[in-house]
Design a binder for this molecule. Sequence first.
Ligand SMILES: *Cc1c(COP(=O)(O)O)cnc(C)c1O
Length: 459
Amino acid sequence: MAKKEAAPYKIYLTENELPTSWYNLRADMKTKPAPFLHPGTLKPLKFEEMQPIFCDELIKQELDNDTPYIPIPEPIMDFYKMYRPSPLVHAEFLEKLLDTPAKIYYKFEGNNTSGSHKLNSAIAQAYYAKQQGLKGVTTETGAGQWGTALSMACSYFDLDCKVFMVKVSYEQKPFRREVMRTYGANVTPSPSMETEVGRRINAEHPGTTGSLGCAISEAVEVAVGTPGYRYVLGSVLNQVLLHQSVIGLETKAACDKYGIEPDIIIGCAGGGSNLGGLIAPFMGEKLRGEKDYRFIAVEPASCPSFTRGKYVYDFADTGKVCPMAKMYTLGHDFIPSANHAGGLRYHGMSPVLSELYDEGLMEARSYEQTAVFDAAVKFARVEGILPAPESAHAIKGAIDEAIRCRETGEERTIIFGLTGTGYFDLVAYQKYNDGQMSDYIPTDEDLEKGFASIPNIGL
Ligand SMILES: *Cc1c(COP(=O)(O)O)cnc(C)c1O
């Protein structure tokens, strides 16, 4: 075999090296992720039962556990060309700082206006909604990245976009809100008085600043109750992991092109979409027995779904209007403590990743937020990019592995997902810079309160 060219600092694939299909990891899983259940009948949800909520083609993708490759439609490929490929960067300066024999690479998904990987799925979901002749979509957004991505995608395909934004973010992140409005989205703070569930939650918890789970309930209620609308979700679902596989496929192609052989692949985990997408083709190799890798999910110590959650059926949302999913969960009533500023605050986790973790095919760890911001600042100062706090969890994970390599002399190759930029997270950075960021690790009693909300259905 011809010796491969040495990799440049920043690896960009050419346009004709881009993946033309998404990869569906479920096709290679021996035990498939558990199906979503109808909360009334406790039976697996059927296509027809999902139709009032989701677009038809997306339901097909959600339920398809068998087709390994699904072609990316031409209009989505066209949109991807505007900001893909994303670079795989050799973090030489971080390696030097850490004085490590490890090789560190990161896949950077922050090179688009929305500032994160979420656009990869937003554009796909908007496309299928348009194909179906719908008028618009509804969704929730927490920190705002998903809402921003979806508003860009909807404006591209001329769809209405209604976003319920968690109230605390709506107030703390006015600039995210303005990006969404600039792309034509309608943004409502949640809980609102526009929906039944919002009015109920406001009555039960006066002055509440909201939660993702609650915003989801509101968005679903509006989608189901408005003709020509459907609901779309930016993480957790199988279809979202499918669309995000474009991250992993590009990473794999770049590695193959330059003979890079990763040993450890690390990603932050909120609902699991970027991690699921990044690891997909590599995990596929592991599942087929072709290669072995270590996969590490990194989550906040204040929202430890994998490391301290339970693998059971739970509601996907606080208002219990959504189907139930079997996943690692802290309980749908769990809300991270008020001082938590680092994102990744969803109570549950992707059913695909939950199953892989439960089978021991993936590891997970959690970090406190001050340690995560320490890592973010180290990284920003040597590699130049100001990372999103979410992404900084993966940075912290990679730094710790690289330090371990320094101590043991192992020359491992580490790849981590740098999911986005932190320009809209400056309130969190300000807290950190002012020395006012604190850590709070929930006690077992705190977690018990969330666990108590998990429905006991014996599954
Ligand atoms: C939403 C988001 C995440 C977490 O979501 P996943 O579905 O777990 O990937 C991570 N990083 C950034 C920048 C995000 O916007």
